[in-house]
Design a protein around this ligand. Structure first.
Ligand code: MG
Length: 164
């Protein structure tokens, strides 16, 4: 078994979509980012790569590379899942926390979890409870708490694929 952990944050600005786990959340602000700024998927990619000993998202998808400009983060997730599978690992579960102050995610958590599970379906058949999304605020502290940023933390567990 292997554990992996990922963290990401992005500044929030007006006029950008707020995409979390591939789901567009109704909001007046969104992530200021080179890609679509999906903090949950970026943290998930780092957790997967980390668990497999395969580096980090910046090595695989440098933000100086025009190929990744405006890219949906589901493409990063697909590529990271390919790396993890190629190294012989299956995904057991994902536990994610999204930290966002003003936009409330409570009514979107289930949809986000279902969407992440769907994004991974071509790579792994996951148990229905294998993707868990939690939402919290930052209690008014720091940039996230002042509504100027969004952050996500993700833990994953991998299991060595049994051959034969
Ligand atoms: Mg990011």
């Amino acid at each position: 078994m292997r554990v992996g952990w990922g963290y990401d944050n992005h500044r929030l600005v007006e006029g950008r979509p707020l995409r979390i786990g591939g789901v567009d959340i109704p909001a007046s602000v969104g992530a200021d980012a080179h890609s679509d700024g999906d903090v949950l998927l970026h943290a998930l990619v780092d957790a997967l790569l980390g668990a497999a000993g395969a580096g980090d998202i910046g090595e695989h998808f440098p933000d100086t590379d025009p190929r990744w400009q405006g890219c949906p983060s589901s493409r990063f997730l697909d590529a990271a899942a390919d790396v993890v599978r190629a190294r012989g690992w299956d995904l057991v579960n994902i536990d994610a926390t999204v930290i966002l102050e003003k936009v409330k995610l409570a009514s979107h958590k289930q949809a986000i979890a279902a969407h992440v599970r769907e994004l991974l379906r071509k790579h792994w058949q996951l148990d229905p409870t294998a993707v868990n999304v939690k939402a919290k605020t930052h209690e008014g502290c720091d940039a996230v708490g002042e509504g100027r940023a969004v952050a996500a933390q993700v833990a994953v567990l991998l299991r060595r694929r049994l051959s034969g």
